[in-house]
Design a protein around this ligand. Structure first.
Ligand code: ASP
Length: 439
């Protein structure tokens, strides 16, 4: 059995963190393929190496001297190398990077060096082979990831080695230039590697013990989620629960490989398992709660709306014309409401309203701003009666006025709209009713 282990930036921010990672890898012979991020923050005031690289390359583009900034980055790596007592030097690598910067090798190349150099250190520290994504992970000319070609080349390359380190976050374009995924993209690399070696599990090591039922900034000490399905995860991540890059699920999901989120600072914790499907009932009726502030509801009224074929399409095309995506569209007999992101909508509101009038001739269009949406997600809701009832009685007791309710047809989630000001209170009330009192 093979496990692919990806370590995030905070797990590799210093020599001490590297040592913890080394222990984790050595504790299990199945952990054969390692995907490191660049060194992250050592404390809350620190700067990630990736951000230092972006800043350094900005100097290159402004034709300013970048040596001081590049040396600070080198110091970060040297302190890891020295702290681990490794017999290696990145002197030559940094000389090449400086020369490539002068040649304007590109912002993606610059950012990717964070993972590249950390990968070299990791390979040396573990005695594993170094496999460069510049030769094994491919993008097309539009910058889209090439899944098939990558899988073919990468699986062949990794079949030749017993154990390897493959840096996260980047690959190569058809022009031979380095290309990165979006921020946090080492999660995606881990998933791609797991698929290429047909791993039995993709362990994603970070600084939290998995997903939590609610945001710890809102609920004190929320309970961890032991098992979550890919679908539930999608709903929660979309609503702001961020532990894993959204795109990281696709390669492993199709290959039926589960993801295990683990904590480098608490390796004994079991973390969260992300799976395709499971017969394990969740501990509580709900799996998780997440939400976002900053929505506007556009409330449209028209007498006899229900009989007018095509009314919804006309209204939505007004939003489409201005490039605004909608979140939810609850409707009544003579009313239709469209929820949109406030920052996206604000500057275009009058144009959209006049387009709605032009296309659909409604009786009135009214706006309500500063709303929040909360998603209560759980595969357990399908087989449980009264979930919605419990949510709304908890909210009523907490004095929260519910502005909108939307239950997805999958019965996997219930979306609730409340005022921004009630957001935290609402999440606490829902958490309490399902987790604390287990009603
Ligand atoms: N180092 C990159 C970032 O900070 C990628 C990653 O860590 O996943 O976004």
């Amino acid at each position: 059995m093979i496990k692919v282990v990806k370590f995030g930036g905070s797990s590799l921010a210093s020599a001490e963190q590297f040592a913890k990672v080394g222990n984790i890898i050595r504790a299990d012979k199945e952990r054969k393929f390692v995907v490191p991020s660049a060194p992250g923050k050592r404390n809350s005031k620190d700067t990630k190496v990736t951000d230092m690289l972006y800043a350094c390359y900005a100097l290159v583009e402004q034709e300013e001297d970048f040596k001081v900034q590049l040396n600070k980055i080198k110091d970060r790596y040297d302190s890891i190398i020295n702290g681990l007592h490794l017999k290696m030097s990145l002197e030559e690598e940094f000389r090449k990077i400086a020369a490539d910067f002068k040649e304007k090798a590109g912002i993606d190349y610059a950012a990717s060096r964070g993972e590249y150099l950390n990968g070299l250190i990791m390979a040396n520290y573990l005695g594993f082979e170094f496999v460069d994504p510049a030769e094994t992970i491919f993008f097309d000319e539009k910058g889209e990831f090439l899944a098939e070609k990558t899988n073919e080349v990468l699986s062949k390359r990794l079949a030749e080695v017993e154990c390897a380190v493959i840096p996260g976050f980047y690959g190569v374009g058809p022009d031979g230039r380095i290309k990165t995924f979006s921020r946090g993209g080492s999660d995606i690399t881990g998933s791609i590697v797991a698929k290429a070696v047909r791993a039995s599990a993709y362990e994603n090591w970070t600084d939290v013990s998995g997903f939590l039922v609610a945001d710890p900034r809102i609920v004190e000490n929320p309970r961890p989620i032991k098992t979550i399905t890919y679908k539930e995860l999608r709903e929660l991540s979309y609503m702001g629960a961020s532990v894993l890059h959204e795109e990281a699920v696709f390669p492993v999901r199709r290959a039926g490989i589960p993801i295990n989120i683990r904590n480098t600072n608490a390796p004994e914790d079991v973390g969260t398992w992300i799976v395709e499907s499971t017969c394990h009932q969740p501990e509580f009726t709900i799996t998780g709660i997440a939400g976002k502030k900053g929505f506007v509801s556009v409330n449209i009224e028209k007498d006899r709306m229900n009989t007018e074929v095509g009314f919804g399409r006309k209204v939505l095309s007004a939003f489409e014309d201005y490039g605004i995506s909608f979140e939810h569209v609850p409707s009544g007999i003579d009313t239709m409401t469209v929820f949109v992101h406030q920052p996206e909508f604000e500057g275009k509101e009058q144009s959209v309203i006049s387009a709605i009038h032009r296309y659909a001739q409604p009786d009135s269009v009214e706006l309500e701003a500063d709303l929040a949406l909360i998603a209560v997600v759980g595969r357990g809701m399908k087989s449980t009666r009264g979930t919605a009832g419990r949510i709304f009685s908890a909210l009523a007791h907490a004095n929260v006025n519910v502005k909108m309710i939307d239950q997805g047809s999958s019965e996997l989630n219930i979306i609730i709209g409340v005022c921004n000001d009630d957001f935290e209170k609402a999440i606490k009330a829902i958490y309490d009713i399902f987790v604390m009192t287990r009603l």
